[in-house]
Design a protein around this ligand. Structure first.
Ligand code: DC
Length: 228
């Protein structure tokens, strides 16, 4: 079987991973996989079943009955919960908090591992998340780690949330981002951190288009030298 090409993009919330991943996927004709959406779906499921965000481990006994599917649609992954395609309901501040909390639970991470790895075995993918280069795809041909200043990330996230009608201030968004960073990077299992062989890309002062161009240059160079 021909080996697929896997590009891992990790980095904190609001660092521009998904914008870059979508741009790269369309430039290269690869499939974009947003792994955060899987954790967000489990967070939503937990919330719907009355699990407290402060006791995310209570979702574990509910996992076997969960109908969670990832389907490839329109060049990316659509996530379905109980047969319904998830959309904006997993993008609220509450959903972000739940996602970060359930993502600390080892059984939740184990539950999602094979789904992520099998899709990358079968397709050329750009996968974004927190542990893609370290745990999910340690053999990815290219690993990028996105960075942007917390202030810049808070600005971007605020614009998204305001556009969705949330009533929130920049200070609250910055505080949420910092809390989530600490939660994601401080957890015991698969903490959010760069892989040793990751290439850092700081896009604080780059436009989305410039970020894609910078990443494309890195990818092309890496793929030329990698044995693919
Ligand atoms: O990328 P995102 O903001 O949609 O991710 C939501 C949460 O899911 C984030 O707080 C951390 C968690 N996550 C993770 O632990 N591992 C991943 N590969 C992707 C997301």
């Amino acid at each position: 079987m021909t080996k697929t090409i896997n590009i891992a993009i990790d980095g904190p919330s609001g660092s521009g991973k998904s914008t870059l991943a979508k741009g790269l996927a369309s430039a290269l004709g690869y499939i974009y996989i947003d792994t955060g959406a899987l954790y967000r779906a489990i967070g939503l499921y937990a919330a719907r079943h009355g699990v407290s965000a402060e006791h995310p481990e209570d979702v574990v006994p509910l996992l076997p009955a969960m109908d969670l599917q990832m389907r490839l649609e329109d060049g990316g992954n659509a996530v379905y919960l109980d047969g319904v395609r998830l959309g904006e309901e997993i993008r609220t501040s509450t959903a972000s908090h739940y996602a970060s909390q359930v993502s600390k639970v080892p059984e939740v991470r184990a539950f999602l591992l094979e789904t992520q790895q099998s899709i990358a075995r079968q397709n050329n993918v750009i996968m974004d998340g927190r542990d893609i280069g370290t745990v999910i795809l340690p053999d990815a041909q290219v690993k990028l780690y996105m960075e942007a200043s917390p202030a810049q990330r808070a600005k971007r996230r605020l614009a998204e949330l305001l556009a969705k009608g949330e009533n929130i201030t920049e200070e609250q968004v910055l505080a949420d981002i910092q809390k989530r960073d600490a939660n994601d990077a401080g957890r015991e299992i698969a903490p959010a951190k760069p892989a040793e062989d990751a290439i850092f890309l700081d896009n604080s002062s780059l436009t989305p288009e410039e970020t894609v161009q910078a990443a494309l240059a890195i990818v092309e160079k890496k793929l030329r030298t990698a044995c693919v």
